[in-house]
Design a binder for this molecule. Structure first.
Ligand SMILES: Nc1nc2c(ncn2[C@@H]2O[C@H](COP(=O)(O)OP(=O)(O)OP(=O)(O)O)[C@@H](O)[C@H]2O)c(=O)[nH]1
Ligand SMILES: [Mg+2]
Length: 503
């Protein structure tokens, strides 16, 4: 949870308590002490001389209740906020390959049985898998490091080690994965069970049996397993809902989603009750369902970061369409409607142009003429206006029939995020090498092939060192070093191997 959100929660909590505060002020207004001291009536009710002890103590009681209520709201809001997370940073490490081994075939009646060291198993790879039952990245708050199993070392009698188990990390639909090191987007998981490989396990090292040749029948060396891939990734969630519910705080969005789906967000008679998005599945008569998102209320200036809603607008960007919920018992519903639309336009062109159904809510609290008046007024802005009452469920059925029809009609927008080719997920980087002069006497040779060769070379084994040198020679690395100006005694670095150069 970001600090800014926490601060906003604090403010919203006090803003939330506004209605209660008003109630208490009403109480003070009616009490005799505020009549005596009108200028200080809002804050000094406790200290002015009350006409009677009774009144004095009821003032104290009100203040006490107010403080308790404020704390309750604050903590209730914090708890609800900590159940949703839409950004997370994680570290992943795929499994290391098992080492190959040096072993010999030993059997009765078999003389000089030859090399029989098995290969190490491959390390486990790491995948992301989209899971429709998840709606938040909250799990990553508690676990941010993921490690796949290492491969098993090879065994004698030419037996290969077991491969490490692959690790599948579940993420919600709409998760975009970014490589922090190069800022590249490497995956966008949009379908249930879509799987993306993000770190392949290291290869197992080869046992000595694999190095036997006609000339060298008893190789004394084997390869260590290749290391796994370590990456730091950023996950960002863009919820994928079919329909987005938005409107001013207190308009009745959460009440509506709780009526049309199984979702049970908090509902209360104060603004900013909803602090994080909630998803609900609306069942269609055909049996399948569509997903509706209730996002926190928007206020004027939301696109500049005022209020909470703006933080979550990206969650409704991928919707088929929006339901704009308007409280017709509030002050100037038309201007509220226009303000929200302005904010949507400022946020993004797509959101500004997204089709909206207008739901004029709370009709149970107004007269028939006012309902009709608003209906006529809003028809000027959109043909699809409905008078509803989420609380009494009046007109909810025809309204939802229309919503379902629109869900059928309006296709899910195709969101193409440019995904970069993710070479870093694999350990088969066979790129050619390049030589860099690090300082006066040090040269570094870099390139996928050579680094991998260095990774599987055990420098304590003389046979392996010869092999390493032979491969360097066959790849003309020494020639290239000479051209780069290397002198006798200079240091050459290739991966973890470092040696002095002498021609
Ligand atoms: N009379 C009446 N009250 C309603 C209706 N719908 C919602 N309310 C009340 O309006 C208040 C606000 O409802 P919410 O559903 O929490 O509003 P919201 O739009 O989710 O508000 P935020 O989460 O703050 O953005 C609650 O007290 C509801 O009981 C309705 O149709 N009629
Ligand atoms: Mg709400």
């Amino acid at each position: 949870m970001s600090l800014s959100l926490l601060i906003k929660a604090t403010f919203s909590c006090f803003y939330s308590a506004e209605s209660l505060f008003k109630m208490i002020l009403n109480h003070f207004e009616q009490s005799s002490c505020s009549r005596r001291f009108p200028l200080t009536k809002q804050f000094t009710g406790l200290f002015c001389s009350a006409e009677s002890y009774n009144e004095f103590f009821s003032d104290i009681l009100y203040k006490f209740l107010f403080i308790i209520f404020s704390y309750y709201l604050f903590y209730a809001n914090l708890i609800s906020m900590t159940t949703f997370l839409d950004k997370a940073k994680i570290k992943i490490l795929s499994g290391r390959g098992g080492n190959g081994i040096v072993a010999w075939r030993r059997e009765k009646y078999v003389d000089k049985g030859g090399p029989a060291g098995g290969d190490g198993g491959r390390g486990g790879s790491i995948y992301f898998i989209a899971d429709e039952s998840m709606t938040t990245l909250m799990d990553f708050k508690f676990q941010s490091i993921f490690k796949a199993e290492n491969g098993e070392n090879g065994r004698p009698k030419n037996q290969h080690g077991h491969g490490g188990k692959d690790l599948y990390i579940k993420v919600p639909l709409g998760t975009v994965v970014k490589d922090i090191e190069n800022d590249k987007i490497i995956a966008d998981l949009t379908h249930h069970e879509q799987t993306v490989l993000v770190a392949k396990g290291g290869r197992g090292g080869r046992g000595n049996a694999r190095f036997a040749t006609a000339q060298k029948r008893a190789p004394q060396f084997c390869e260590p397993g290749e290391p796994g891939i370590e990456r730091e990734l950023e996950l960002e969630l863009k919820l994928i809902a079919d329909v987005g519910l938005l409107g001013m705080p207190n308009a009745g969005k959460s009440t509506l989603i709780s009526v049309i789906s199984e979702a049970k967000p908090k509902i209360a008679d104060y603004p900013f009750t909803t602090l994080v998005p909630h998803l609900g599945v609306v069942k269609k008569p055909s049996g399948d369902g569509f997903v509706v998102a209730d996002i926190p209320g928007l206020i004027e200036g939301a696109s500049e970061g005022i209020g909470l809603g703006h933080e979550f607008l990206r969650h409704v960007e991928r919707c088929r369409f929006l339901i704009h919920v308007i409280d017709i018992t509030g002050e100037d519903p038309v201007s509220n409607y226009q303000k929200i639309n302005e904010e949507l336009k400022k946020h993004s062109q797509r959101l500004g142009n997204l089709y909206q159904i207008i739901a004029l809510n709370k009709i149970d609290s107004v007269d028939e003429e006012i309902r009709e008046e608003y209906l006529k007024m809003f028809k000027k802005y959109s043909p699809d206006v409905f008078l509803i009452s989420a609380a009494t469920k009046e007109n909810i059925k025809p309204f939802m029939d229309f919503v379902m029809q629109k869900v059928e009609e309006i296709p899910k927008p195709e969101f193409k995020i440019d995904i970069d080719e993710d070479l870093a997920a694999f350990d088969n980087d066979d790129s050619d090498y390049a030589i860099y002069k690090i300082d006066k006497n040090t040269y570094s040779v870099e390139g996928g092939k050579l680094i991998r060769l260095a990774n599987v070379t055990d420098t304590r084994n003389i046979d392996q060192l010869y092999r390493f040198q032979n491969i360097l020679a066959s790849m003309n690395v020494y020639e290239a070093l000479k051209q780069a100006g290397i002198k006798d005694g200079d240091v050459v670095k290739i991966g973890h191997i470092q040696f002095d150069y002498y021609d």
